[in-house]
Design a protein around this ligand. Sequence first.
Ligand SMILES: [Zn+2]
Length: 325
Amino acid sequence: MSQRTQAIGLDVGGTKIAAAVVSESGVVIDQERVATPHLDGSAPGVVIANVLADTVSALCTRNDLDVIETPVGIGLPGLVRRDGSLAFAPNLQTASGANFPALLLERCGSRHVHMENDGNAAAVAEHAWGAGQGRSDFAMITLGTGIGGGLIANNQLIRGRNGFGGEVGHMIVEARGIRCNCGKQGCWERYASGSGLGLLTTRAANEGRLPALVLACGDPERVRAEDVTTAAAEGSAEAKAILGELAWWIALGLSNLVELFDIGTFVISGGLASAAGELLPVATAEMVTMIMAAETYQSFEVVPSTLGAHTGALGAALIAMQRSA
Ligand SMILES: [Zn+2]
């Protein structure tokens, strides 16, 4: 078996690490899911590197792969330098500054370890095998606790000068707005993500705009974002109105990306994608009202990811295959 026809993708999130052995045609051959360790006190990334090395070794043993030669891709939620080091990870502070290629070489002998921002990895996967197939200009948008992103322009991933391109979640959409984990104020991910929905929900509940949900939960402060998405799916008009507000915030960021890059397709993944049926048509309609001379563009599409939970790991594996070739 040629080693370069398969790669291992590791998608490191704030709570879990998704790993997959991926074929060159994008098929997930084997997979693993482990909790992300958050222990502090050692050099940056060491505890996470231990878990990653164990996972890579286990997957190689199970699938008869050479651990030294098999390409490994790691997607990380932060600013990844072109040389592979993680410069800054607002939601994974114990790993900020880590050099995972060196750490994995030391622990399990992997010689072909490549790093990328998780949103960029997801964009590459959707472009090759998912909802971005055949689209030359599109954006991957991950709506989770925060917002991740990756931009494909003219069929190329935009990595930028340092490798930090595509951090769409930290575009400022509200001047002097809510404080973000990154240290700035008014970032898009404070408003248009899962935590943004939590904020809109608490505000609406306290203002008396969610009477049925407040009655069901017993107190305005106890109504959660999940209650709103569930109630909206069951047809609640008051819950749908809150999702409409969230869709407006989503549209605000998307319209800015259209103006900057003339993007035609947005592929949405992450926790909020489960409410896609309610959110995306409203977000698309709102977005069009925010674009200059929108009628002169070809139509826009805002569509859910077709690769689901594997998107990040698939992209990391594909990047590893391409950069090891
Ligand atoms: Zn921010």
